[in-house]
Design a protein around this ligand. Structure first.
Ligand code: 6PG
Length: 477
């Protein structure tokens, strides 16, 4: 039996219900909804009669309400909740039907689920959806994986609800199986790095620039009108301007300074380590959140009452310098994120179009930024560049901002303001740009204690020095 809804949503918490409402608001969609607790479904249907939802109390009725090929988007808590719903749908779906996991699933789980489900003939599509509650309702950035065949049905439905940037819907078929969730994971990693860098910029303007939160909000608003234009800069200004009703103080001063996380940043770092890709910007952001939450250690060191450096007066042009340091560090974070995408695509056999990823991040998602237009152009002009930092526009931006970037790192270090993001980004840039790295010495040390061998700059071959013998050199291959 086949029903009338071309799409269904399972899981009607905020993200799921907003996505269902978004789907229902687009021409041509008839949306079936199901939630484990029926009262939530009833509530949603009552609150939004305009959506014309097809509501079901049982999973059987929900499946029956879907037109073939049946397509259902699961919007429940990642992990066990997702597996339970998948099982319920698998028992009822038929070959050709499509199960979409729209949660923040670990891409390795998505690969495993797809491999398990594929033999049934049912499509399993792990899909990254970014934009938070507001994005889900008005237009998120969508990163679907899964088979090309499933995308034929799913693509137009997702395009109907995605954000639109420069006239194009922010959705693309990222690659097969777990590619969508992998790219969403990297999106979140970049989100972490960007947020940390913005946090450091705020801290510098506050403590070295000696500006109050409301003044810093004005600075961010000004930055938002230039090359740094982005959603995260925009909301930072909003947060900084907000005054706590209870105390009359800036909200930022009454929030406990311990940052939480749900795991996608950690996954980005773990997977990048496995792929051998340095993503220092994300790693420092993850560590910075971890440090912030180590209250006992912070109290312990603060309790030592070591003399803190006197904070120097802000040098001339400090605010502009911080803007340039932020921009350059942000370019590094994106370069590292795209390196991880390239390495992941190679390892897992995905044909990922970097320019297309940059384009679907231009709207709807948390890291949406004007900057992504330039990034998309850079990958379109040269998809095979070794690093984004060599793209002419970004190379020029870094060349122009380099002195400011160094001044900011020096000033922050002298003032004792922690800038793990800015300094790691600068060191990464320096590591890529110097002629010789001390890695040569590390190779010498490795050869000394473990005969791990080295290569020479003046010709082919692999060598070992007889360190505990006469220190002559032997060629090992
Ligand atoms: C998005 C966000 C979203 C979520 C983050 C928050 O793209 O819409 O990234 O997925 O807000 O996962 O992550 P943390 O709680 O770990 O900061």
């Amino acid at each position: 039996m086949s029903g009338s809804a071309n799409i269904g949503v399972v899981g009607l918490a905020v993200m799921g219900s907003n996505l269902a409402r978004n789907l229902a608001s687009r021409e041509g969609n008839k949306v079936a909804v199901y939630n484990r607790t029926y009262s939530r479904t009833e509530e949603l249907v009552k609150e939004h009669p305009e959506a014309g939802f097809v509501a079901s109390e049982s999973i059987d009725d929900f499946v029956a309400s879907l037109a073939k090929p049946r397509t259902a988007i699961i919007m429940v808590q990642a992990g066990k909740g997702t597996d339970a719903v998948i099982e319920q749908l698998l028992e009822r779906f038929e070959p050709g039907d499509i199960i979409v996991d729209g949660g923040n699933a670990n891409f390795q789980d998505t690969i495993a689920r797809e491999a398990r489900i594929a033999p049934t003939g049912i499509h399993f599509v792990g899909t990254g959806i970014s934009g938070g509650e507001e994005g889900a309702l008005n237009g998120p950035s969508i990163m679907p994986g899964g088979s090309a065949e499933s995308y034929e049905t799913l693509g137009p439905i997702l395009a109907s609800i995605a954000a639109v940037a420069e006239g194009e819907p922010c959705v693309t078929h990222v690659g097969t199986d777990g590619a969508g969730h992998f790219v969403k994971m990297i999106h979140n990693g970049i989100e972490y790095a960007d947020m940390e860098l913005i946090g450091e910029a705020y801290d510098l303007l506050r403590h070295v620039g000696r500006l109050e939160p409301a003044q810093i909000a004005d600075v961010f608003t000004e930055w938002n009108a230039g090359p740094l234009n982005s959603y995260l800069i925009e909301i930072t200004a909003e947060v900084l301007r907000h005054v706590d009703a209870k105390t009359g103080k800036p909200l930022v001063d009454v929030v406990v300074d311990e940052a939480g996380s749900k795991g996608t940043g950690v996954w980005t770092v773990q997977n990048s380590l496995d792929l051998g890709v340095p993503v220092g910007g994300v790693a420092e952001a993850v560590f910075a959140r971890a440090v912030s939450s180590k209250r006992a250690q912070r109290d312990g060191v603060a309790g030592l009452r070591l003399a803190r450096p006197a904070i120097p007066a802000a040098p001339d042009g400090f605010v502009d310098d911080v803007a340039k340091a932020l921009y350059a560090s942000k370019v590094v974070a994106y370069a590292q994120g795209f390196d991880a995408i390239i390495a992941g695509a190679e390892k897992y056999g995905w044909n990922v179009d970097k320019g297309a990823i940059a384009k679907i991040w231009r709207g709807g998602c948390i890291i949406r930024a004007q900057f992504l237009n330039v990034l998309a152009d850079a990958y379109e002009q040269n998809p095979d560049m070794a690093t984004l930092l060599e793209a002419p526009y970004f190379a020029q931006a870094i060349a122009d901002g380099q002195d400011a970037w160094r001044r900011v790192v020096i000033t922050a270090t002298q003032a004792g303001v922690p800038i793990p993001g800015f300094s790691a980004a600068l060191s990464y840039f320096d590591s890529l740009s110097v002629d010789r790295l001390p890695a040569a010495l590390v190779q010498g040390q490795r050869d000394f204690f473990g005969a791990h061998t080295y290569r020479r700059v003046d010709g082919p071959g692999v060598f070992h020095t007889l360190w505990s013998g006469d220190r002559s050199e032997v060629q090992t291959s």
